[in-house]
Ligand binder design. Sequence first.
Ligand code: HEC
Length: 177
Amino acid sequence: MSRNGIPVRLRWLLAMAASGVLLTVPSETGLRAQEPTEASIASGRRLYHQKADCQACHGWSGNGDKLDSQAPDGADLRVSTLSRDQIIFVIKCGLPGREMPAFDRLSYTDDRCLGRTQADLDKLGLELPDPGSTLQNREVERLADFLMTKVIGKGEMDRAACIDFWGEDVNVCAEFQ
Ligand code: HEC
């Protein structure tokens, strides 16, 4: 069935995508979520430093030089080799038993984290730290935009990378003179 020549199912998909209800287009379809934009990257950077406070454990640049001395030692994300999908999975589901919190409010309540529930984690003795604030899917997407463009696999930071990271020459970049 079609109206205006566009198959109904495709129209539905497009409407869902436009309304933001369809947040991650399944990769099997070959469609991809939107390419990172300057705005999504800047928004992801703010989430990293503020709402999600990833920097408490991973450092402001993601190199694992944590900002909160009481916090667990986060991984050096600048040498990470994870893919975008893997990053999104780790943010949503955390790393049980390894002090990386799960930021999806519904993680471990249904089958979204490899089918495991909180009861399974309890049985295995795997703990997850409190994420502070949870993130919506669209926020996780922006974080992934930021991380993939500025952090993951980018290696040690220098002055040029610092200015690119912040989008301007900020004070902290002076330490890379
Ligand atoms: C409470 C501390 C803490 C916070 C907050 C935290 N992390 Fe982590 N994260 C960790 C620890 C610890 C590991 C390493 C686990 C290991 O390798 O044993 C880790 C691992 C990761 C990894 C896997 C890296 C790899 O290559 O294996 C990613 C990606 C990651 N964190 C991203 C994030 C992001 C993005 C945020 C913010 C939304 C965040 N983390 C917040 C502690 C934290």
